[in-house]
Design a protein around this ligand. Structure first.
Ligand SMILES: NC(=O)c1ccc[n+]([C@@H]2O[C@H](COP(=O)([O-])OP(=O)(O)OC[C@H]3O[C@@H](n4cnc5c(N)ncnc54)[C@H](O)[C@@H]3O)[C@@H](O)[C@H]2O)c1
Length: 258
């Protein structure tokens, strides 16, 4: 392992690349630059093409289909990684979904079906996959998910996704407790707003970006690459004592009252 390639020799499961704007795409690029091999899962054939682009210069990296709502597909992913790599060293979960109506309707009209979908895709998937990859991480490792300040504060139209992110951050703490004995660390990165396909589906997203630019202490640019740097660090041995944390990468926005 060299200082410039701190993930040399590590294989990381990366879930959540939809297109080049995805936060996971930037994380994948940064991890490849840091020397990692990626086991990349994709939701559908259209997304598979962008995943192929991401790993085109990394012959060791491989692609696997996985809809996290389907337990058989999660099992097949874990079996395939076991056959291909034997063991892995990390997992990045950059997956979330809520039906569009749940973000456009008033929060009080949240449906049971929409609530269940948001929780299943955005929260339960982290628990399900983390539990199943423990045998693939006999030497310990790192699990990182992506969250948003909407877990702690009410953002207009973020609605059930805010409830899901609160659940996700809690799941991070419970997983960190449960997997600590296996030397597996579990953390969340709370990212500032990045213009991705999912973000554009949130009706108030442009106001979030505007407020962010006005109020964040760091009057600087902000993009997915800034988030990716922390994801790389959390996967390195340098982060060996960090677990159960939600770490903000948001130009300091979360600290502001006004
Ligand atoms: N963009 C932002 O401003 C922002 C801010 C903070 C946190 N986040 C979080 O970052 C993560 C990534 O989102 P993004 O903004 O990069 O958007 P994105 O749309 O690029 O990524 C979302 C991913 O979720 C995947 N996904 C959805 N349903 C799935 C399913 N059933 N099975 C497997 N995969 C599924 C999609 O395929 C996609 O790759 C999400 O958890 C999001 O909440 C985003």
């Amino acid at each position: 392992m060299s200082e410039s390639r701190p993930l040399e020799g590590k294989t990381i499961l990366l879930m959540g690349v939809a297109n080049p704007w995805s936060i996971a795409y930037a994380i994948g690029q940064a991890m490849l630059d840091a020397g990692a091999t990626l086991a990349l899962s994709y939701l559908d054939e259209r997304m598979k093409r962008d995943c192929e682009k991401l790993i085109k210069d990394s012959p060791e990296s491989k692609l696997y289909p996985c809809n996290v709502e389907n337990d058989d597909e999660i099992d097949a992913l874990v079996e395939a990684m076991k056959a291909d790599y034997g063991t892995i060293d990390g997992y990045v979960h950059s997956v979330a979904f809520a039906p569009a109506a749940e973000l456009t309707n008033p929060f009080r009209e949240t449906t049971r079906a929409g609530f269940n979908t948001a929780m299943s895709v955005s929260v339960y998937s982290l628990i399900a996959v983390s539990g199943k990859i423990v045998p693939l991480m006999p030497n310990g490792g790192s699990i990182t998910t992506l969250t948003y300040l909407g877990a702690d504060r009410a953002f207009p139209q973020y609605n059930v996704m805010g409830v899901a992110k609160a659940g996700l951050e809690s799941a991070v703490r419970y997983l960190a407790y449960d997997l600590g004995q296996d030397k597996i660390r579990v953390n969340a990165i709370s990212a500032g707003p990045v213009k991705t396909a999912s973000a554009r589906g949130i009706p108030g997203f442009s106001s979030m970006v505007e407020m962010f630019g006005e109020r964040a202490p760091l009057k600087d640019t902000f993009n997915a690459k800034d988030v990716a740097q922390l994801a790389v660090f959390l996967a390195t041995d340098g982060a060996k004592a960090i677990t159960a944390e939600t770490i903000f990468v948001d130009n300091g926005y979360h600290a502001m009252g006004m």
